[in-house]
Design a protein around this ligand. Structure first.
Ligand code: UDP
Ligand code: MG
Length: 313
């Protein structure tokens, strides 16, 4: 019989672990699916790890991986997949915003031969207007530059062992799980789900962290910002030529050349664009720097139920 691994990243989810473990494990055992649940404690500051240890003691199918500090959700998902031994793996949030029942649908599609089952948001649930606008712009940029439709994608998905292995073999440090799982390809099915209300605790995303996440992922998926810089350069060059020809003609026709204001204005605009461009290029260089350092994506300090600690390559 095949084994299903459920990978759940958890950061300050002390209030949720017990319930999530309960709901997911009873759902899967009722449906006679052999399973393991891997909770990854992403350096929580509350009782998350104690709760995971408790849950592991009550159920040997529940395993915990504890990080030495907070490495971020993408690192936690990566570590969870690295420690999972299932023939297929489901990744879901700890707050039950991803309805566990959908796992059954995903699993069924997997038994029918699909290698990736993407959870697609039927609705985005309750989010503020600004949040929705921001998310939409972000995904439009990503979709436009990668050709992957990201607007309704989520981190809730099932991956076959082959897909997990391809994903884990990717060398980059900045993993963007949501897009990379479609980047690796494979036979894909889609399942719609309604985003549930977060039961307890609060969302870990602040506006600042969302902006950081967006910039990070756009730059790791596309060189469009750098092309924008080149584009600006070309436009300014054309403008300069036209303006130059215009001035010469004007001079030859006997007009005197005024335009102190124009000069200042042009200097400011060009200066601004130059600095902006340097910033973009600098950002890419800093990413290259971070990537070549080859630091691990996460560090595991301990595990439960005898799970072997895997070092990040
Ligand atoms: N999470 C994590 N590390 C972090 C932030 C979040 O592992 O640094 C986990 C969190 O515990 C949850 C999932 O990522 O299981 C999604 O987080 P959250 O619910 O805060 O995001 P939202 O649903 O608001 O997008
Ligand atoms: Mg959530």
């Amino acid at each position: 019989m095949s084994l299903l691994s459920v990978v759940i990243p958890a950061y300050n989810e002390g209030a949720m672990i017990h319930k999530t473990a309960e709901v997911v494990s009873s759902l899967l055992s009722e449906n006679n699916i052999e399973y393991e649940i891997i909770f990854v404690n992403d350096g929580s500051k509350d009782t998350t790890w104690e709760e995971i240890v408790n849950a592991s003691a009550n159920n040997k199918n529940i395993k915990g991986v504890c990080f030495s500090r907070n490495f971020g959700k993408e690192g936690a998902v990566f570590a969870g997949l690295e420690h999972a031994s299932g023939d297929c793996c489901v990744v879901m949030d700890c707050d039950l915003q991803h309805p566990p029942k959908t796992i059954l649908e995903m699993y069924k599609l997997w038994t029918e031969g699909f290698e990736v089952v993407e959870g697609v948001k039927a609705s985005r649930g309750k989010e503020s207007f600004i949040h929705k606008m921001f998310v939409k712009t972000f995904y439009n940029i990503i979709s436009g530059s990668t050709g992957i439709d990201m607007s309704r994608a989520s981190d809730f998905k099932l991956l076959d062992r082959k897909v997990v292995d391809s994903f884990l073999a990717l060398p980059e440090r900045h993993v963007f799980f949501r897009a990379l799982s479609s980047w690796v390809g494979y036979k894909t099915a889609y399942v719609e789900f309604d985003v549930q209300e977060r039961e307890l605790g609060e969302s870990k995303w602040s506006f600042k962290s969302l902006v950081k996440y967006a910039i990070n992922n756009i730059t790791s998926f596309s060189a469009a910002p750098m092309q924008l810089v080149t584009g600006c350069g070309i436009i300014f060059f054309i403008f300069a030529v036209i303006f130059g020809v215009y001035s010469i003609v004007k001079y030859l026709l006997g007009y005197s050349l005024e335009g102190f204001t124009t000069v200042i204005l042009l200097m400011l605009i060009i200066g601004g664009i130059l600095m902006f461009s340097l910033g973009i290029i600098g950002y890419y260089i800093s990413k290259i720097y971070e990537e070549i350092q080859l630091r691990p994506r996460y560090i595991v300090s301990e595990t439960t139920n005898g799970l072997e600690i895997k070092k990040d390559k």
